[in-house]
Design a protein around this ligand. Sequence first.
Ligand SMILES: C[S@@+](CC[C@H](N)C(=O)[O-])C[C@H]1O[C@@H](n2cnc3c(N)ncnc32)[C@H](O)[C@@H]1O
Length: 358
Amino acid sequence: MDGEGNGGSALGCRNDFPECIIGFISGTGRVKMSNRSHRNSGYKTMNAMNRDSKNHSSIQGLLIDAPAITHHVAAVADCRDLLSEIPDNSVQLVVCDPPYNIMMANWDSHEDYIGWASDWLREAERVLSPTGNIAIFGGLQYQGEAGGGDLLSIIHHMRCSSDMLLVNLIIWNYPNGVSARRFFANRHEEIAWFAKTKKYYFDLDSVREPYDEKTKETYRKDKRLNPCTIEKGRNPTNVWRFGRLNGNAGERVGHPTQKPRSVIQRLVRSLSYPGSTVVDFFGGSGITTRVAIEERRHSICCDSDRSFPGYVSEHIRKMESSDMFEPLPEFEMQNQLYEAHPVFPSGQLRDSKQWEAA
Ligand SMILES: C[S@@+](CC[C@H](N)C(=O)[O-])C[C@H]1O[C@@H](n2cnc3c(N)ncnc32)[C@H](O)[C@@H]1O
C-alpha cells in the first residue's frame, strides 16, 4: 500500500488490493522484492506523521481560513499585463490553460510559441509564493500543426530555464472524443503540475475518493492498514477520469474550450487553500473564477477576449440559480486589480492603470 489507502475500490482479483497487501500475498509467503519507494525515509516519515495526525511543514505558518468574503478580478487583459501588476510571492495557485497552438481559434497560433510562453512562465514563477503551484494544461501530440510548440516544449523549457519542480504529470482521461482512422483516437489531455519549492502546499485529503462500504469493511479487518486512511478514501492518483463537456452540458457558458468544473475543482482544492489567491490569466470561460468563489479562494483572472466578463456573469447566474449553496458564499468582483484585493499585503496597488486587451 502506498500509505494513502491507494488500492482499488472493489475487491475480487488480486490487483484490486492495496500494494502492501500484494507484497504479502504474492507467492506463498512474503515477497522477495518489495517496492523500494516504500522504504524511502521521506515516505516513512510522511506515514508516521499521517498516523500521528501531524501536519507537513509546508502548511506550518499558513493562514488557512475560509474568509467571510472573497475578492475576485475578472479583467479583459493580455496575460503579461495582468501578471505585471501582481506582487512577488503572493499567489498560491496558477491555473494555466494556454493556447494549444493548433489554430483552433484566432488566439491559437504562435510562430515562436516558447519565446512567447517563456514570458508568462517566468512571471508566473515570480508571483507564486514559496508554497505555490502551477497547473499547466496541454497536449503532447500537436507539434507541427501551428508554429510548433506544445506542453512537451513547455516542460522541456521549464526543466532547462526554471527552478520549479515537476511534481506530477496528470493524465486527464476522458471517455468522449472524436474518432480517428490513422491513429488511436485521442482520449487524454495532460496537466503538468509544477511547484515553486519543495515546501509546496498539497491537500490530498480534500480530493480523496471514498471507498465503497464493502471495500471499507474488508480493509478494516486488515490490521496493517491505517483505519483513518480507509475512512478518508483513496488517493485519486495521477490519472483522472472526467468526461469532457458536451456541447449541451449544463455548466457550459459559450466558450469553445471550457474545462469541466470537476477538473478545476480538484486542482483548486488540492493545490490551494481557503483564503489563498488563485490566478488564471487564460481565463477562457471563467470557470476558475467560479470555482474560486465556490471554494472560498480569492482570484485574479483575465482573458484577452472581450467576451470574458460575459462568460463570468453567466457562471455567476448559474451559481445563483443552483441549489448547491445556501446561501452562495459572499464575494466581491471587479474588472481590474483593486486596492483591497488580498494579493496586496499592504493593501496598496502598485499601478492603478486600467488594462486594455491587446
Ligand atoms: C484554452 S483557452 C482557456 C479555456 C479555459 N481554461 C476554460 O476552461 O474556459 C485559452 C484562452 O486564452 C486566451 N488567450 C489567448 N492569448 C491570450 C493572451 N495573450 N492573454 C490573455 N488571454 C489569452 C484565449 O482568448 C482563450 O480564451
